[in-house]
Ligand binder design. Sequence first.
Ligand code: FA5
Ligand code: MG
Length: 383
Amino acid sequence: HRRFKAARASAEVGTVPREEVLTSDPYNNVTENIFSKIGANLHLRPDHPLCILKEAIYTYFDDVQPGLWRKFDDLKPVVTTKANFDEVLVPADHVSRSPNDTYYIDTDTVLRCHTSAHQTELLRQGEAAFLVTGDVYRRDSIDQSHYPVFHQMEALRVYKPEAWEDAGVEGTQHMVTKLKTALEGMAKHLFGDVECRWVDAYFPFTDPSFELEIYFNGEWLEVLGCGVVEQQILDKNGWSGHKAWAFGLGLERLAMIKFAINDIRLFWSSDKRFTQQFKSGDLNTQFKPYSKFPPCFKDVSFWLPSDGFTENNLCEVVRDQAGDLVESVTLVDAFTHPKTGKTSNCFRIAYRSMDRSLTDEEINGLQDGVRTSLSDKLLVELR
Ligand code: FA5
Ligand code: MG
């Protein structure tokens, strides 16, 4: 009965009830701003660039192996800490587990920080070739390519021993070959005849691990992380004796390159000047920016409290006050007073709306709000 309920719960999509996310648990660090993004499901809107890209990747995998791949794009973003970290072998002391990096609902429940959170659940359900797309959540810095909610697509494919025995090669090596072929094929399907390179990487759940970079507009860009699935993960979840490869890619990163979208906040815009430029099935759109309004810079300086201050905490405070009106937060000065030993930081906040001019009054109101919550919530001493 429990199993049935768990399977049902994760298949639900759409809004998650407020009281399920914004609890009074002392470990809860989810903000109103983050809560408001849950259920937006940009990747399910047919004319949205993230959905267009998702469909293009589906098409690639379906063309290569018709009927093989099972797709999941409606799994709930609220997952257990166990599924998000423990079951994919993330070490107990890994930074990603820190509440400075991850949104916790309580110690046992998080907003998934990657789609890898669904690997073990789907393996236990008997799935052997699957693609999972969804919104993921990370506390992070603020700039034009980082947003606390973004979208990933995960793939995992399991092989029987016959696959590498028949090929007469060692199993792990066979997986590496299969994986590289599949992913280079995907990159070429999306970007044409691009140059690809493989960079050694580390992920707790794969070994060996790689990152794929593509050469685009004169630059090498990280597209995805991937590798041969740790044997333990297969053994513990119903697939012992088998082997598998997996990857996880950031849809925004790819869409920004593919469609020439210059600011990650635009994905969340409902401005028709953005939304009407994209059409389901059309991979060739090059986004035409509409008039850029001038940014307004505001500096804030303060003495740090003796402990507990982090840039992610500052960014959370700024986002909660200014939402998508904040474009970037940059540390511009830091020094330690020789006598008191206290450290001072100065951060520059860039405010800019993507669709209208902001008034001085409005910006001053936002900056006052930031200053107040900096001293109330982060206990800094404003200068
Ligand atoms: C992961 O999240 C791994 N789960 C990927 C993986 C899956 C590896 C399966 C092996 C096997 P990483 O944190 O590097 O890895 O993120 C994967 C991709 O998400 C990156 O390559 C990048 O494209 C994208 N990404 C990461 N952080 C951000 C961010 N803040 N904003 C937008 N995209 C991001
Ligand atoms: Mg990374």
